[in-house]
Design a protein around this ligand. Structure first.
Ligand code: ATP
Length: 604
């Protein structure tokens, strides 16, 4: 059988997308494997159908907005043309875009339809993967554009639409990764969970009738992490773990990282199984010295420790600090790895041992260094009080009150929440059952509500496609006494909290004052202070602040230092509490008052 044609896969995708029932989708996929795909093509096919699990190919560096510009150039159309504007403004809709607003690949398909033929280019899936490899490894936009233009020449509009979805890593087939794995081979999911290696799965499990012996984890191959189930409150969590010996731990807010040590060879695998060598500059030496076994796998969280405040820095600075370490820059901040579990020691996997036993191993194997390499094992009594500067991050709970108290302490300390774990439990790859339960505050008032002014709007996607669904809000520049503010400083983007009706009412009131952000022109109205960051730029500006509306917003208590917005801090997980039609625009909170609020809640 010759190599499978991509057009055959496109028919499969179309069928699967159209079929309503999961059983039908699966049987189409089965038929494809049995009749149209030879076993040596399995990997080529599966990596196209599950693109987000493919580790062989690096990242394309193409999110919708860059992809739009590259496609415009690859198609050779003017950036000012209607089609180019439709692609760039894919969220907005408008007369032509109609129902596809908010769906990039659909907008791209409509644009491509007019420019590409309907005859298939007869590309095989192997050839397509080779071209996609080149797309991922090309270093600049010009090269990416030239690869896309080659693809456009070798495919028709229908095929190109699916390729766009593969690049964006979401095929919207309405079927789960579990079903695809299961249909492929009954042991595929298990093998993938312990190797995160799609190629290996496709090569080892070619024969569906041959069962595969359960494989253990290995040093050097990332394992799909065990996850936590969310519970609503401490009592609920306690009930679920009834009768068990329970440890409660602080939920750290960093990056989940598995450290694989094999002698001198050290890897830092993230949750999506990518290796992060950038952590090596700061951490490898320490791991070599302070992890006193030659081979092991640690599971934990990579964070940033601030030596001047003696606490963890806010979420989001890991990459910056890793870069500073590489460049040898002096810094108050340093990477800190908190190991909360151990999965492999010496030459054996230890995931089948109890958490209690694994904690003992962790203590034997890792020599902690304050603010740099920490281990998370129970170190507090249930009656603990957090002595200042010496937080208790883990303790054994004997009653629901212990859990409540610990939860409250961690929240007061501005941590993300807590995780409850059954001390007798095994570590299970990819499991999200009741072994680990997480408890997070819904959201906590930032001292008081923050009354901010709407200064821009973003079009929504999906259900909200074509309409403004999120707002850019601003803080006022503090005016001189008795004057109204004259400038507003961009502060954060907020979308959740309002019902559809409330959102509609705000958008309808503001619509007459929307001024479109015209691509490719860039300027914001002069009364707004903004950044050049493209993540901030709204689709419409409110062209007169005195016509705008105040929103009361709330957030998780933590603020984050902002590079995206013009104000020095922004909010994490902001949420609209209510629309303040009763408050005039000039009563918007000013930046200085906000900064004072942040400092007082930080205790600085
Ligand atoms: P969330 O957005 O709540 O972090 P999530 O989907 O990223 O959710 P969950 O599995 O729900 O991840 O929660 C577990 C995550 O919490 C882990 O992936 C890890 O990054 C983080 N975490 C922080 N502290 C701990 C801890 N002590 N034990 C386990 N996981 C922890």
């Amino acid at each position: 059988m010759p190599s499978t044609k991509f057009k055959v896969m496109c028919s499969l995708f179309n069928w699967m997308q159209k079929s309503k029932s999961s059983a039908k989708k699966r049987s189409k996929f089965r038929k494809f494997l049995d009749i149209f795909c030879k076993p040596s093509d399995y990997f080529s096919a599966i990596r196209l159908i599950l693109p987000s699990l493919d580790r062989e190919r690096g990242s394309y560096g193409l999110k919708e907005s860059v992809l739009a510009t590259c496609l415009i150039d690859a198609l050779g159309i003017s950036r000012e043309s209607n089609d180019a504007i439709r692609l760039v403004n894919w969220r907005k809709g408008g007369a032509k875009t109609g129902a596809s607003a908010g769906n990039f690949s659909q907008v791209a398909a409509e644009v491509l339809q007019l420019r590409q033929g309907t005859t298939s280019g007869e590309l095989t899936i192997k050839e397509l993967n080779d071209i996609l490899d080149r797309l991922a490894s090309s270093e600049n936009r010009a090269e990416k554009t030239s690869v896309l233009s080659e693809l456009i020449q070798k495919t028709n509009a229908q095929e190109m639409k699916w390729i766009v979805m593969i690049i964006l890593k979401d095929l919207k087939l309405g079927t789960s990764e579990k079903s695809i794995f299961h249909e492929f081979h009954p042991d595929a999911e298990d093998l993938f969970n312990v190797t995160c290696d799609l190629k290996l799965v496709c090569e080892k499990l070619r024969d569906r009738s041959q069962r595969h012996k359960r494989q253990d984890i290995e040093v050097g191959k990332p394992v799909r992490p065990q996850l936590a189930l969310r519970v609503g409150n401490a009592a609920g969590a306690w009930k679920k773990l009834h009768g068990k010996e329970v440890v409660v731990e602080c939920k750290f807010d960093g990056d989940r990282i598995q450290i694989h040590k094999n002698g001198e060879d050290i890897h830092f695998f993230s949750r999506n199984f990518l290796d992060h060598p950038e952590y090596g500059h700061a951490m490898s030496k320490i791991i070599k010295k302070n992890v006193v076994t030659d081979r092991c796998i640690l599971d934990g969280e990579m964070l940033v420790w601030d030596t001047s405040t003696n606490r963890f820095a806010e979420f989001g600075s890991n990459q910056e600090i890793a870069k500073a370490a590489k460049e040898g820059l002096e810094n108050d901040r340093q990477l800190c790895y908190v190991a909360f579990d151990i999965l492999y020691v010496g030459d054996t996997s230890v995931i089948h041992q109890s958490l209690k036993e694994r904690h003992e191993l962790l203590q034997k194997v890792v020599k902690p260094i304050k603010g740099c390499l920490e281990i998370l094992v129970p170190n507090g009594s249930p009656n603990f009080h957090r002595p200042s500067g010496e937080p208790c991050w883990s303790l054994i709970a004997y009653s629901v009150d212990d859990v409540e108290r610990f939860f409250k302490e961690t929240i007061d300390n501005r941590d993300e929440g807590i995780v409850l774990k059954d001390l007798a439990s095994k570590w299970e790859p990819s499991d999200r059952s009741i072994k680990w339960l997480k408890l997070k505050p819904e959201y906590i008032r930032a001292g008081s509500d923050l009354d901010v002014l709407i200064i821009g709007g973003y079009y929504g996607s999906g259900r909200h496609g074509g309409e403004v669904a999120q707002f850019l809000v601003g803080l006022a520049e503090r005016p001189t006494t008795n004057a109204y503010p004259r400038r507003f400083i961009s502060f954060c983007r907020v979308g959740t909290g309002l019902s559809d009706e409330e959102l509609d009412a705000v958008v309808t009131k503001l619509k007459p004052y929307f001024r479109k952000y015209e691509y490719p022109k860039k300027a914001a109205p002069s009364f707004y202070q903004v950044t050049n960051n493209s993540k901030e730029r709204p689709d419409v500006w409110i062209d007169s602040p005195e016509k705008s509306i105040i929103l009361s917003i709330n957030s998780d208590i933590r603020t984050i230092r902002s590079e995206v917005f013009a104000a020095p801090y922004s909010l994490r997980f902001p949420r609209i509490d209510r629309v303040r039609y009763d408050k005039p625009w000039h009563e918007c909170l000013d930046v200085q008052s906000f900064i004072e609020l942040v400092h007082s809640s930080n205790g600085t």
